[in-house]
Design a binder for this molecule. Structure first.
Ligand code: GUN
Length: 280
């Protein structure tokens, strides 16, 4: 059996470190605050938003909730964002995605002030990451780097293969791994001979959104496997993009689903909120 990378424990450690920092800030009279905007009633989004607010409460970050009806117009949402951008008592702004189809996500993301964009989705923050400048980094890939670092997994010189090229995970993941001196390959749905490439990976990051897609044929002996998936199997049970039972004895370390990458996303969002104060 390989090592289980315990995202629940590592995310708890990070949240405890942040709680201490925030309590130090509070003692100096400084508050950290996050505005959370949810439009509509998507059940998954409601759960994510609830968990984000719970994490804020745990750490001592003030969360300001804006739950808007599905009928909210793009103009109304942009006007709220504009008000929050100008409000000095708001450090971070998070608009939960997906948005209802009549609202253009790109327009909304661009409307958030880059210095309050704790999701790291604004083109300015994405651009900063790509040229190695300071800025907010998308939370899931940032969380994966923390999982690897805190599990003492060497990235320097390692061949990291990513399956998936999304703006939120695959692309920023590649840039962050490059920053750690990994040799990076990005694969996707049009990649030919996928298995031949993934079998070369020292670190395999799987973010394709297909339940149990990666089995032991896709990995080399001793690889580190990071599963970003959040899927349902044939029995409706929560599972990842990796067939855990098939690969667990072939890899050297693996993240479980649930309890792997998932909890890290919120921990890194909290980290971004605290760093909005310029204190970390
Ligand atoms: N929807 C799914 N993941 C995310 C995320 O990381 N941030 C936001 N704002 N919405 C999401």
């Amino acid at each position: 059996m390989s090592t289980l990378i315990d995202g629940k424990k590592i995310s708890q450690d990070i949240k405890d470190e942040l709680k201490e920092k925030v309590s130090g800030l509070n003692a100096k009279g400084t508050e950290v605050s996050l505005a959370v905007i949810l439009v509509g009633e998507d059940p998954a989004s409601q759960v994510y938003v609830r968990n984000k607010k719970k994490a804020c409460e745990y750490i001592g970050i003030r969360s300001i909730s804006h739950e808007l009806p599905d009928s909210t117009s793009e103009e109304e949402l942009l006007s709220l964002i504009s008000d929050l951008n100008k409000d000095d008592s708001v450090d971070g702004i998070l608009v939960q995605l997906p948005l209802p189809s009549h609202i253009n996500e790109d327009t909304v993301i661009k409307a958030i002030a880059p210095e309050k964009d704790v999701d790291g989705f604004h083109p300015q923050n994405v651009g900063a990451l790509s040229i190695g400048q300071k800025g907010y980094v998308s939370c899931t890939p940032a969380g994966i780097i923390q999982l690897l670092k805190r599990s003492n997994i060497n990235m320097d010189g390692a061949h990291a293969v990513i399956i998936g090229r999304s703006n939120i995970v695959g692309k920023p993941m590649a840039l962050l791994l490059l920053r750690e001196n990994a040799t990076v390959t990005i694969t996707h749905s049009h990649t030919k001979d996928l298995k031949e490439i993934t079998k070369q990976a020292d670190i395999l990051i799987v973010a394709i959104g297909k339940a149990k897609f990666v089995n032991d044929e896709y990995i080399k002996e001793g690889a580190v496997v990071i599963d970003v998936g959040m899927d349902r199997d044939e029995n409706g049970k929560l599972c990842g993009d990796v067939d855990f039972d098939s690969v667990k004895d072939k890899c050297s370390a693996i993240t479980p689903v649930p309890g792997g990458v998932g909890p890290m996303t919120i921990a890194m969002l909290m980290n971004n909120c605290v760093s909005a104060k310029g204190e970390i």
